[in-house]
Design a protein around this ligand. Sequence first.
Ligand code: ARG
Ligand code: ZN
Length: 885
Amino acid sequence: TLIRREDYCAPAFWIRTVDLTFDLDPAKTLVTSKMQLERNAAVAHGALRLHGEELNVLRVLINGESVSFRQEGHELIIDNVPDADFALEIRNTCAPDKNTALSGLYTSGGSFFTQCEAEGFRRITYFLDRPDVMAIYTVLLRADKAKFPVLLSNGNLLDSGDLDNGRHFAKWHDPFPKPSYLFALVAGDLVAREQRVRTRAGKDHLLQVFVRRGDLEKTEHAMNSLIASIVWDEARFGLPLDLERFMVVGVSDFNMGAMENKGLNIFNTSALLASPATATDADFARIESIVAHEYFHNWTGNRVTCRDWFQLSLKEGLTVFRDQEFSMDMAGGASARAVCRIQDVRALRASQFPEDSGAMAHPVRPDTFVEINNFYTPTVYEKGSEVVRMYQTLVGRAGFEKGLKLYFERHDGQAVTCDDFAAAIAAANPGSALSTRLDNFKRWYSQAGTPRVQARGVYDAAAQTYTLTLKQHNPATPGQEHKLPQVIPVALGLLSAEGQALPLQLQGEDQAAGLERVIVLDEAEQSFVFTNLASQPVPSLLRGFSAPVVLDDGLSDADLLVLLQHDADAFNRWEASQRLALNRILAAVRSGSALQLDSAFIEAMRAVLRHPELDAAFKDLALTLPGEGYIAEQLEVVDPQAIHAAVEAARSQLAQALREDWIEAFEANQIQGGYTPDPVSSGKRALANLALSMLVLDAARSGDTVWPGRAYQRFKDAGNMTERLGALSALVNAHAELAEPALARFHELFKDDALVIDKWFALQGRTPELDGKSFARVKQLTQHPDFTLKNPNRARSLISSLCMFNPAAFHRADAAGYVFWAEQVLALDAINPQIASRLARAMDRWTTLAQPYRSAALEAIRRVAAKPDLSSDVREVIDRALESD
Ligand code: ARG
Ligand code: ZN
C-alpha cells in the first residue's frame, strides 16, 4: 500500500518505558515486552494497533490481566484499552536463524545481531514501531554463556552474572528516550579493542570496538576514526559524547554500511575492518567517514530524530553533510579538501543524478512510498547533504553553526521535521540570503529532478561591463510536470584571458568585493552586471559545486583551458578537465564516428601530469576520464556499447600519447617506507596505479612485455592492498594472459579473508573485457564455491558489479545480461528483499536505452513483474520502472 506524507497522524498512544527480556536461542527466541502506555490526549479515542511481522504471539496482558486481541495483516489490535495509563505485557517468539532478510533479530556467523531501521523492530516484538514514539528502554539478555559470552544492548550495563544450565545474563539501561528503530542487541563470541578517552567537558568514556576473534588487529583504524570523530564534533559544533560507554560492533552479514543505534553502532565489517595488507586507501577513507557518520548521528538523528520516515533526510542529509565536512577537515590543506569535494561530487553525479532523472526520481523529502527501505537513496542522503551545504553557503559557516545550535536548543529530545530544521537555521540568521527566501529554498525538499542552469555572458567593451545571465529549468519527473524556480547559490570568480583573478564588483556597488563571491539565482532568469572589467573575462561558475545542478556555461575549449590552468578553485580546474574530455567523447558518440583525440587536449593532459605543483591526487582525478554512467546521462538515447568504445579509444590514445609521462609519473610516485593512508600517500598511490594501468594498456597495443611484467611483479611483491589490487586490476583490464595466474594467486593468498575475496569477485564483475568473456565469466563465478547470494557483500560484489557498474558487459545485444539480472533479482527476492530491490534498480534508466537494448530490457522487467509473490520492495521498483515507459 502507498503511504502518503500528507496523511501523517500523531500516534493514538505513547509508550513511555519498555522492559524487554530476551531468552536468546537461534531457532526460537522468546521476547517478553513490558510497556507503560498512555493515551495521546490530542488524538481521538480508538483501539490500540501494534505493528508486528513474522512473530508468534504467546500472550497479551493489560495491567496484569489477559485481554482479547485480534490480528489483521501486520497489526495486533486491542479494542478494549483503559483510559488511564496502563501496563501492557506481550510475550512472543521469533526465529533469528530463519531471518535471511537481515531485518529485525538475526544470526550471522553464530552470533545474534539486530537491524531495526526502518521497520525491523516489529520483527522482534509487537510495538508502535514509528519514530515519533520514543521510550526509555531496559533490556535483559539471557543466553548460553559458552556460545554467547558477550551480551550487549544500548546504554549502560546495570548488572550481569551467571544463571543455571550454563546460561548467563546482562541487563542494560539506556537513559535517553529513543524510537524503536534505534534499539539494538548483540550476543556472541566477540572480542573488543578498548580505549578510554576524556572529552573537553572532562568526562571519561569507554570506547569499544567488538569483532570476531582474529579481526582485532583490523580495528585500529576504526578506533582512531571514532576518537577523531568525537574530538571533531565537540570542536566544530560543540556536540559532546553523552554516554559513559560507546560501542561499535562488526558483522559480516549486513544490508547497509552501518547503523547508528544509540550507544551501540553496528557495522558491516566492510565499513569497519582494515589493515594495510587487506584494505585499500579507498577502504580506509570509507571506514573513517562511515565511523564518523554513525557517531555524528548520535546528535543528528538520535538526540533529535525524525517525526516520520518522509523526514529521513532530516537526519541523513545533515549527517552526510557532517561526515563530508569531517573528512575534509581531516584531509588537511586546501588541495586535499578539494580532492574530497571532487570525490563527493563525482559520486553524486554517478548515483544521484541518474536517480533524479530515472524511474525512481523522488524529492529529498518524498511524498509517497510503498516500502521505506527503497528510500535510503542517494537523493535522500547525498542530495540531502548538498541541500544542507547550501544552507551553509547562504548563511555562512558561523551562521550555520548558530543555526544548528538553535536547532538543538529547540528540539533536543524531539522527533521533528525538515521544516523545523529549516526554521531553526533561518531564525538564527535573520535577514540572511536564506531567511529572505526560505519558502522558495524549501522547494529543494519538494521538487525532484536536477535543475539545469544555463549561463551566458556578454562583454561590453565600451562600458567595461560583463553581463551574466542565468536561467534555470527543472525538467519534469514522475508525478511532477511543472516545477517552480529554486534557490541556487552560484559561487563564482572571473578570470582574465591570461588567467588572472579579477575583482568582482556588481553594478551599483562602490567597490569590488573580493575575487570570489556567491550570487543567488532564485528566479527563472536573472542577470548580474559586473563592472570595471578592462577585457572580456572567463567565468568560473558554480565553484566548489555550490549547488547540485547541471550547468551549461557555454564555455569554449579555449576558456576551459584557461580554467584548467589557472582557476583558483581546484574543483573547477578538475571540472574543466572533465568537460574537455566529455566534449570529445560526446562528439564521437553523437556522430557515430571513431574518437580521435586532438593535440590540444593531449597537451593539456600532459601539462597536468607534468605540473610541478599539482598534487598527485588531483592529477589522478583530472586524468581519469568521466564515468560511462555519467556520460550516458548527457545523452537522450543511450548506446552503452558506443559510449564504452569512445571511452576506451580515449583511454588508449592517452595511454599511447603520454607514454613517457606515465612512466615518469609512475616512477615519481613510488612511496618508500611503511604504509599510511594519509591523503598525500594515497594520492601518490592512486596516480601510480593509474599510470601503471595506462602502461599495461599501451603494452597491449605495442606488444611491449616490460610493463605487464612489472605489473605482475608489483602485484606479487606489493606491501599493501592498494598497490596489489591496482596492479592486479591493470592486468585484468588489459592483459588476459597474466590476469589468469594473478587472479588465481590472489584467491589462494586471501581465500580465508571474506572482505578480500569480495574484492576478487568485484574486480571480475566490473571488468569490461576480460579476454572478451567478462559476462560468461561472471555467470560461471556464480557457481564458484565461495559465491553465495545469502551474504549481501558477496552478492553485491559479483552481481551488482556487473549489472550496475559494468555497462559494457551488461548491456548485450543478445539480452543475456538482462535475463541474468531478472534471474538474480528473483533469486535474491526470496532471500533478502532489500538487496533484491537495490539490484532491481539497475533498470532505472531503461527507457533511455537505444534498440535493441530497450526492448530487451522491458522484456526482462516484465519477467520480474510477472512473479506473483514479489516483495513490496521489489514490486515498488519494478512498477515504477514500468510506469516510466
Ligand atoms: N541509518 C543508517 C545510516 O545512515 C542506515 C540504515 C538503513 N537501513 C535500512 N534498512 N534501509 O547509517
Ligand atoms: Zn545515516
